[in-house]
Design a protein around this ligand. Structure first.
Ligand code: PBG
Ligand code: ZN
Length: 323
């Protein structure tokens, strides 16, 4: 008789035959950087999303490194809207990268325009005309994104992470980096980023909700797995070093398929809405929080993700969650 329960008879056997781990080095925390000093606020409350001023970011970076983290994801939340604040070489995002100098952390700097454009779109909106549909102007946006990426890399970001979903931006960013002698910078491409219902808390923290329309003209249709592979193939071809899949739990099939088809590191993003689903269900007493966190992160890793951006990450080193 085949008795698979043999593997599960004792605690040590269960541990011995565990196939998938979630080492702390694979978890990437994400922070929202604001101007000022001494600012440290969770926005919205209970979201797991923290707005930090530069001094607090540095403190948090030290804690993360001390706890075993090797990378952090950075989003800037500028005081004033305007794309000139995104492309400036001393932008808040650039200063956030510099605030983490010398800590031995890999800095993953977000590259997008939605926190800067007055209408909250990830690129420059074009109202259209007699022969053009209204929508985000791809090529004008790409030129700006390449400039933003070069600035962040020049400030010291080891990884630049375009999350905008414009076409051709990986190639443009690669070219801009090469032109400035920054060819060693890793490009993390959000290749399969779905137009998802689960970004709500993030848009609040990043002050990046679109003021008109939605993002379905550039982010992917969540129904499309084959198109996700075409997006990925294009970004790999253009020179991406890592591929991002997002959200994580609703796209485990795409993580697995990407792992089968491409020999490139994969990073999955457990997004703000995924955090909310677990956190709020646990708060209501419906599920065990620590176990749900462990189970979801393990599943994302089992599907094939090398790294996971997660708002739960700091809990693994601040004593709230026992690994
Ligand atoms: C914006 C961006 C978003 C997220 C990451 N980058 C929001 C959006 O696309 O509207 C979502 C992450 C999260 O929900 O945690 N480029
Ligand atoms: Zn954006």
């Amino acid at each position: 008789m085949i008795r698979n329960r043999r593997y599960r008879r004792t605690e040590s056997l269960l541990k011995l035959f565990t196939e998938t781990d979630v080492p702390i080095r694979t978890l990437v925390p994400a922070y929202f950087i604001v101007e000022g000093t001494g600012v440290r606020r969770e926005i919205p409350e209970g979201s797991g999303l923290w707005q930090l001023s530069l001094d607090q970011l540095r403190e948090e970076g030290k804690r993360a490194k001390g706890g075993g983290a090797e990378a952090v994801m950075l989003f800037a939340v500028p005081e004033e809207k305007g794309v000139k604040y995104a492309t400036a070489r001393d932008s808040l995002a650039c200063r956030a990268v510099q605030a983490l100098d010398g800590l031995g952390l890999a800095r993953m700097a977000d590259v997008c325009l939605c926190s800067y454009t007055p209408d909250g779109h990830c690129g420059i909106w074009d109202d259209g005309g007699p022969h053009r549909h209204p929508g985000v102007d791809n090529d004008r946006s790409v030129a700006l994104l390449a400039e933003v990426a070069a600035g962040l890399a020049a400030a010291g970001a080891e990884l630049v992470c375009p999350s905008d979903m414009m076409d051709g931006r990986v190639a443009a960013i690669r070219a801009a980096l090469d032109a400035e002698g920054l060819g060693d910078t890793l490009v993390v491409s959000y290749a399969a980023k779905m137009a998802s219902a689960m970004y709500g808390p993030f848009r609040h923290a990043a002050e990046s909700a679109p003021k008109h329309g939605d993002r379905r003209g550039y982010q992917m249709n969540a129904a499309n797995g084959r198109e996700a592979m075409r997006e990925t193939a294009a970004d790999v071809e253009e020179g991406a070093d890592l591929i991002m899949v997002k959200p994580a739990l609703t796209n485990l099939d795409l993580i697995a398929e990407t792992r089968r088809r491409f020999d490139i590191p994969i990073i999955a993003y457990q997004v703000s809405g995924e955090y909310a689903m677990i956190h709020e269900a646990a708060r209501a007493g419906r599920i065990d929080r620590a176990r749900a966190v462990k189970e979801t992160l393990t599943s994302i890793r089992r599907a094939g993700a090398d790294l996971v951006v997660s708002y739960f990450a700091p809990e693994f080193w601040d004593g709230r969650q026992l690994v």
